[in-house]
Design a protein around this ligand. Structure first.
Ligand SMILES: [Zn+2]
Ligand SMILES: [Zn+2]
Length: 438
């Protein structure tokens, strides 16, 4: 027993010191490749494309991989691109980037700011990489270039995916449905990263367990009996019922869930009526729900159904005209970082950027469709890493002024592009090499 333990410890020590020997090479090559990646980032930033419209972006990602000798599959599950690079025996590691931009008009004043417009449901809208997916793609390209230069340092299969439509939560699901894990090798690990303006460049944020919340959308149609606004006694007013429902929904998180179980119930839209003197016969509401566990979301939905029905009954609506609660089946599940994989990533990344630059982050209530890759029957361990994107100088200046950096999706999002990409390439290369060390 004891012998086995020492043998395992010895093997681990060899692996760690073998990885430590790669660190200088990773740093040197990543620094070199980050210049190319930064130029690519400027091009992508000036040519953003909306979700499901990533035609040129996806072509560029495919050709970047082809130049490096990857086997490339274009237009996989839409505009996504899958690349495979085989480098001997060993594990398969998947590295994912997203590609889509947002309907946001850029106001950064950058010399490579976007002036692009695109069609969104018949309207012409300004488009901007306001969620940093341009940095994700450049880091992804820079990492693949670095890994192809350093093939002596690792052994295994590198599987990369440039995914469409992260912002619409369609991309990951479509890639999985198109056979990502049946037509290509099943990854032993899947990695992704997202820029984070709340962290400084040179830092990464990481945690095992929940990282991003699950997202569900619910629509409630509240029925009433319409009529003249001057004769409320002859009507059942759905605006009053809907108002009561909105207020009662606030008690789900505060009174029905455990205080230690995070969830969000937000009514983001409510519409009813056309004129001041008409009581309508219908009000529609749209809700976004956020959660981390199946148990929680089941409780929240049951409470929404109960609260809606009882508010209508109280107002005198008959049983066949109670509110219709529609739960959209297209959900984004929570992103859950595999604990063991996250612990290994902390070690690899620490050797590159120093342990002090690895920040333990808290779960966020926003959604990310990367979680879907970890919830298939193949049970792939996944890990999503935050990449600090605000320069330490800017962070200090903002702090002194009592301000915060522009958040994701903001028209003034201004990452420190060059340094974010450089750290991204170093860290992601280190992670892949660490997991595939010879
Ligand atoms: Zn986003
Ligand atoms: Zn994003």
């Amino acid at each position: 027993m004891k012998l086995k333990f020492y043998a395992a410890l010895f093997l681990m020590t060899i692996q760690i010191s073998a990885f430590a020997q790669s660190v200088d090479k990773i740093e040197a090559e990543a620094t070199k490749q980050s210049k190319y990646a930064f130029e690519l980032c400027k091009h992508l930033h000036q040519n953003p494309e909306l979700s499901f419209q990533e035609f040129e972006t996806s072509k560029r990602m495919a050709s970047e991989l082809e130049q490096l000798g990857f086997e490339v599959t274009r237009n996989f599950g839409g505009n996504s691109v899958v690349g495979i690079f085989r480098n001997g025996d060993g594990p398969t590691v998947m590295l994912r980037t997203d590609m889509d931009a947002l309907p946001v008009e850029e106001k950064t004043g950058l010399d490579f700011a976007s002036t692009k417009k695109a069609d969104l449901d018949g309207d012409e809208v300004a488009v901007m990489h306001a969620c940093g997916h341009d940095i994700h793609m450049s880091t992804w390209t820079g990492t693949t270039r670095t890994l192809v230069e350093l093939t002596d340092e690792w052994s295994g299969t590198l599987m990369v995916i440039a995914q469409q439509a992260e912002e619409y939560s369609g991309g990951a699901g479509e890639a999985i449905e198109a056979g990502l894990f049946t037509k290509f090798p099943v990854p032993d690990y899947a990695l992704a990263y997202h820029i984070n303006p709340e962290l400084e460049t040179g830092q990464i944020g990481l945690r095992g367990g929940p990282v991003f919340a699950g997202v569900k959308t619910v629509e409630i149609t509240v029925y009433g009996v319409g009529g003249h606004g001057a004769y409320p006694q002859k009507c059942i007013d759905p605006i009053v019922i809907a108002s009561r429902i909105v207020t009662d929904l606030q008690t789900i998180v505060s009174r029905e869930l455990s205080p230690t179980e995070p969830a969000v119930v937000t009514v983001g839209s409510i519409h009813g009526g056309t004129r001041p003197n008409i009581i309508p016969d219908e009000v529609k509401m749209q809700l976004t729900l956020r959660y981390f566990s199946d148990e929680t979301i089941k409780k929240v939905i049951a409470a929404i159904e109960r609260i809606s029905a009882s508010a209508s009954k109280t107002a005198g609506m008959p049983d066949d005209k109670l509110p219709m609660v529609f739960v959209d089946p297209a959900e984004t599940p929570p992103v859950l970082n595999d604990n063991e994989l996250s612990a290994r990533i902390v070690r690899f990344a620490g050797d590159i950027i120093g342990d002090a630059n690895i920040i333990e982050t808290q779960p966020e209530m926003v959604g990310e469709d990367f979680g879907k890759y970890g919830l298939t029957p193949e049970d792939v361990p996944t890990c999503l890493i935050w990449l600090g994107s605000t320069s330490p100088e800017l962070m200090q200046k903002l702090k002194a002024e009592g301000k915060r950096p522009s958040p994701l999706h903001s028209p003034t999002l201004a990452p420190d592009y060059g340094n974010t990409i450089k750290t991204g390439i170093e860290v992601m290369t280190a992670n892949v090499i660490g997991l595939m060390k010879k």
